[in-house]
Design a protein around this ligand. Structure first.
Ligand SMILES: Cc1cc2nc3c(=O)[nH]c(=O)nc-3n(C[C@H](O)[C@H](O)[C@H](O)COP(=O)(O)OP(=O)(O)OC[C@H]3O[C@@H](n4cnc5c(N)ncnc54)[C@H](O)[C@@H]3O)c2cc1C
Ligand code: SF4
Length: 479
């Protein structure tokens, strides 16, 4: 009998006739999870358990699986802790089919890359190997990426897109709510965030509707506005498909194929389709492979010796005491939906955590718990590496620190903020602008040998009010 974990709920994971689906009540007991994250996982499991070949079992912990004899095969779990448990239970581990590359493909990449790991090289290899957007061995359109057509700020009048797909709640949602209430009442879980209406697809049919909605209504504008943030539009043209993909309800290859078909039929421009494909066969797979490539200690790296605890307004998602409009709006979005798109994650939340020296492991775990798509494999490369530079540059060649000027250019947050993005000292000083220089000054010794930081470092040396700024930031009580 094959074990079916919560990230393996679609048809491409069904390798054996009989499936055992464990519903683990203790799953949310160790840390506070977003209520909507717990809801979508539980909903998707109960929906999957309706199939006649699936036997659902309720257990308190994965360790209780030892009571089940004859579990002969499973696909490898999505986290090291499960992997270790699988070893202790003597389960056969098969390769996870939820990605677009295998261990062998990764080895082939490593053989070419040597020690210099770069997403771009991995992505090109993936495109070539999979034959996606390729013509006679060359990239369609003559270029591997169309970044110069993308990265536009939000348009003044908004994107004008229809609201994204939202599943209709049903009886199962009621059952899930009752179960989660019971877990809280009996002290086995404590949730954060708003228990909003369910916004993510929880079964295969809903997932296909969400995919179709994205391809038809949003994909064409994905590329140009990929990096833009708009307080009036929380999705922009993003797909919101990470949740169904991470639950295993959609296979990444079917998502990519649907996007490429939209380009072929003329309904989506190449810059958008290429940009979207890169996120999936590139970033998603790269991050997955890196999770297994780096050793277990990677998630405990702390190159910048950052030790600040997460503020209360992050831990409970209330944004309590936070005046910075970009940050409080993003935390409010996370509280309401357990989701935000990539740029608020990286350039608002990640940027704050980097500038303010939040403990990297605490940030890593917070993202896993607060986001509906959060998984142990996705976070280390995105948080420890990309956002916090806690790996000292294994993932990125320089820290992703940015001041208010970037946020002002790529969003409309600043126009209704009490701070001014151009001001770095005084009552109006933008905490991101001041925080940027403060970060550079505090880490100047570590960063001075990084040639990609030489320009910002030269800018730092030219600041005439640096001393004032450093005192201001040292005394800052809230953002
Ligand atoms: C700090 C931080 C935390 C993140 N946390 C998560 C997370 O918990 N779960 C998660 O799946 N992704 C995470 N990401 C990556 C990315 O932000 C999300 O995948 C994306 O925002 C999900 O929304 P979407 O489905 O609309 O993505 P789209 O913008 O529509 O992109 C399409 C797909 O590409 C994939 N993708 C794009 N970028 C990445 C990336 N950097 N890493 C992995 N996959 C990527 C996702 O599967 C996504 O669904 C995080 C990134 C950062 C910087
Ligand atoms: S002024 Fe600064 S704090 Fe306010 S929204 Fe802009 S970047 Fe954020």
């Amino acid at each position: 009998m094959q074990l079916l974990l919560a990230d393996q709920l679609g048809p491409h994971f069904e390798l054996e006739e009989k499936l055992l689906l464990p519903i683990v009540d203790g799953q949310f007991s160790k840390r506070n999870h977003h209520r909507q994250k717990a809801h979508i996982i539980r909903y998707a499991q109960l929906a999957r358990a309706k199939a006649s070949n699936v036997q659902a079992v309720r257990i308190e912990s994965y360790r209780d699986l030892k009571d089940f004899a004859g579990l002969t095969s499973m696909v490898s779990g999505s986290s090291r802790s499960f992997d270790a448990l699988a070893d202790s239970l003597n389960l056969t581990k098969l390769e996870n089919p939820g990605f677009c590359s295998s261990k062998q493909d990764w080895s082939a990449y490593l053989a070419k890359a040597g020690k210099r790991l770069r997403l771009e090289d991995f992505y090109r290899l993936q495109r070539t190997r999979l034959g996606i957007l390729m013509e006679a061995g060359e990239p369609v359109g003559g270029k591997w990426n169309f970044d110069e057509d993308n990265r536009l700020p939000p348009p003044k009048l908004g994107l004008g897109l229809p609201a994204p797909y939202r599943p209709a709640e049903d009886e199962l949602d009621k059952i899930v709510r009752a179960e989660l209430d019971e877990l809280e009442r009996t002290g086995r879980a404590s949730f954060i965030g708003v228990d909003g209406p369910r916004i993510f697809p929880g079964d295969r049919a809903q997932a296909l509707s969400a995919l179709n909605d994205f391809i038809t209504n949003r994909l064409d504008l994905f590329g140009p506005y990929e990096d833009a943030m708009d307080s009036r539009d929380w999705t922009m043209a993003h797909s919101m498909l990470s949740v169904p993909m991470n639950l295993g309800l959609l296979s990444p290859m079917e998502v990519v194929t649907a996007a490429v078909d939209a380009y072929k039929s003329g309904s989506a421009r190449l810059a958008s389709v290429e940009g979207f494909v890169r996120q999936i066969i590139g970033w998603r797979d790269y991050v997955w492979q890196l999770y297994w490539h780096f050793d277990q200690d990677y998630q405990n790296l702390n190159e910048l010796e950052a030790t600040t605890a997460l503020p209360a307004g992050w831990q409970d998602l209330t944004a309590k005491g936070i005046d910075a409009n970009c940050l409080s709006s993003t935390l409010k979005d996370v509280s309401e939906r357990a989701w935000s798109h990539h740029i608020p994650r990286l350039m608002v939340l990640g940027n704050t955590a980097l500038q303010r020296g939040f403990d990297p492991r605490a940030v890593n775990d917070w993202f896993i718990d607060a986001f509906a798509d959060g998984t142990p494999w996705v976070m280390p490369a995105n948080v420890i590496g990309m956002s916090l530079y806690a790996d000292g540059g294994k993932m990125s060649t320089k820290p992703y620190a940015a001041g208010g000027a970037y946020i002002n250019k790529m969003s409309n947050y600043c126009s209704s903020c009490k701070f001014k993005p151009t001001v770095r000292v005084g009552a109006d000083a933008c905490p991101f602008t001041a925080g940027y220089w403060n970060f550079l000054a505090n880490n100047s010794e570590r960063l001075k040998s990084n040639h990609r930081m030489s320009q910002p470092m030269a800018g730092l040396r030219r600041l005439t009010d640096l001393e004032q700024l450093l005192v201001q930031e040292q005394n800052r009580e809230s953002l």
